[in-house]
Design a protein around this ligand. Structure first.
Ligand SMILES: Nc1ncnc2c1ncn2[C@@H]1O[C@H](COP(=O)(O)OP(=O)(O)OP(=O)(O)O)[C@@H](O)[C@H]1O
Ligand SMILES: Nc1ncnc2c1ncn2[C@@H]1O[C@H](COP(=O)(O)OP(=O)(O)OP(=O)(O)O)[C@@H](O)[C@H]1O
Lengths: 230, 230
């Protein structure tokens, strides 16, 4: 069980704080707005009214005994920067910082922060990439080189086995899961369609119309496959 | 090549608009702030000053001839809702809506919007989950059931082959990639360490100390594995 401090309880900070607590970690939440503290009580280990630029208060709260500090004050670059300087002075960390704009991110990079989060940009890119094609239901950059995508099965794949397709050999793309629809009967005797996932696809598995393929591969391979099947 | 309208050019909207354009799609960007329009000119197909609650202006711009409409006005629930009502009246869509808080999301759900984005919450959860353990470098929910995680290799895995570990059989978890460090010599004759990715791991591949494993599996299996190796 790890111990984290979350400074700033806006939408990002409060999400991180409560989720970490639900995951079983110890979470101390800080904010200088009493209302934010009231709202989060009971959903974290401890919630304390505190100004993040108050060195002594941070020290008293044991900020350098944490396994990590999440700095979730995006809107005020000055406060965010001053807080980082104080945290670094105490050797507190690692620091996970949320930023609100490109300048803010650049400043955090220059301060040596490695874990930077810019939600609007990250989710904006994810949406744009998932719209690469009508057939793309989902798209992630796993890291700088690898991407994962979920696509509806193109007509030319239907009735082929994974071995026929030979995506790994031909395109260096792995089919890591196949989602398919299954007809079920409810307890009420109703016929319904439910989605199931085959997360261990085998070479002899056959692809059916309406299936969804989950693919992993190098980004440019994934993107070129997507453009080809559209 | 698809045609998209992006309404609202804040950080989320401008990211989506410019990224879609870079991806090769036709993008018409709308905002009622002339400054936002100036800033994005040249990075989208067309940028037009427009109030999203102006039915006639939207119609004149051909809003119902789009392959999709991205509604990126989070801060003003009233404007956002009114715009959705107008878009639905024209049969424009599908609609991808950004929301700024839980109430806004609930309203969008009630209006029948299926593609809802709440960046602070989504990235907040992703960060919290990636902190499940010091050994977790990354964590995604691929969908409601499947998760992907990158973990540092636990000591008990070192020198074993993938076949030895038998993660798929024992835990229904797939090792979909292995990242490892490789010693290289630069043109300047320097020894440096670079990360490489084996994205087609084979049964006889051996795991080395310092490797990073990329795993895919059912969420509860992934989470229990993470808790075990911590
Ligand atoms: N000096 C400070 N010390 C402690 N908390 C602060 C300080 N300044 C601001 N906060 C708190 O940080 C929280 C987040 O701040 P703010 O809303 O400005 O940032 P944000 O990044 O836009 O938030 P969100 O996560 O909702 O996007 C607020 O609850 C605010 O009260
Ligand atoms: N009625 C309107 N018609 C067109 N554009 C509008 C309208 N109202 C607001 N906008 C624009 O929408 C953009 C985003 O608005 P706002 O910043 O309020 O939302 P946000 O969701 O907080 O943005 P961000 O994506 O930066 O988080 C702004 O550029 C603003 O000018």
């Amino acid at each position: 069980m790890a111990k984290y401090a979350v400074i700033g309880l806006g939408r990002f900070g409060s999400t991180v704080a409560t989720r970490l607590y639900e995951n079983g970690d110890e979470v101390i939440a800080f904010d200088n707005n009493p209302k934010a503290i009231d709202e989060i009580k009971g959903r974290v280990s401890n919630a304390v009214i505190l100004d993040s630029t108050d060195e002594r208060a941070l020290k008293e709260q044991g900020i350098n005994e944490m396994d990590g500090v999440i700095l979730a004050i995006g809107n005020n670059i000055e406060v965010s920067v001053l807080t980082v300087v104080i945290l670094k002075k105490f050797g507190a960390g690692p620091i996970y910082a949320k930023v609100d704009n490109k300048l803010h991110r650049r400043i955090m990079e220059l301060l040596g922060i490695k874990n930077i989060y810019f939600p609007e940009e990250q989710i904006g890119e994810q949406l744009a990439n998932s719209l690469l094609s009508k057939n793309v239901l989902n798209y992630f950059d796993l890291n700088q080189k690898l991407s994962i995508t979920e696509i509806t099965v193109p007509p030319e794949y239907v009735s082929k086995t994974l071995q026929d397709l030979a995506l790994p050999t031909k395109r260096k793309i792995n089919i890591i899961a196949i989602k398919y629809q299954k007809l079920k009967v409810t307890d009420a005797g109703e016929n319904i369609i439910e989605w199931e996932t085959n997360d261990m696809p085998g070479a002899n598995d056959v692809i059916h119309e309406g299936d969804v393929l989950v693919l992993l591969g190098q980004k440019h391979e994934i993107v070129s496959l997507i453009k080809e099947i559209s």
